[in-house]
Design a protein around this ligand. Structure first.
Ligand code: SF4
Ligand code: F3S
Length: 112
């Protein structure tokens, strides 16, 4: 089991999760973060800290696409261990449905 970052993170990118992760297993794309599945220790601390409600356990129904995306992107991206500045327009993206398609154009983007 691991935790995964999902659609709600896209263009919200609050980064409160980064501040609480005890093992620094978040990786940063331009518009969202992902969790490295081999590094996450399943502590669950980050899940309630996300203001966008973007983090889920991979055991939750429907997580398969996010498990794939987190696992595929994490090794390609830089590690982030200190929260940066979130996007100025993050609130306008909060809770918007299907951001994966709106921002990246499809379910399996090459870059995030
Ligand atoms: Fe980090 Fe724990 Fe969240 Fe995994 S579940 S990403 S170890 S805070
Ligand atoms: Fe994204 Fe939530 Fe972290 S919006 S950057 S998963 S605090």
């Amino acid at each position: 089991m691991t935790y995964v970052v999902t659609d709600n993170c896209i263009r919200c990118k609050y980064m409160d999760c980064v501040a609480v992760c005890p093992v620094n297993c978040f990786y940063e794309g331009e518009h969202m973060l992902v969790i490295h599945p081999d590094e996450c220790i399943d502590c669950g601390v980050c899940e309630p800290e996300c203001p966008a409600d973007a983090i889920r356990a991979d055991t939750v129904e429907g997580m398969a696409p996010w498990i794939e995306l987190n696992a595929r992107m994490a090794p390609l991206l830089p590690n982030i261990d200190t929260p940066g500045e979130p996007p100025a327009d993050r609130e306008s993206w909060l809770g918007m449905p299907d951001k994966l398609t709106k921002v990246y154009g499809g379910p399996q983007p090459e870059r995030i």
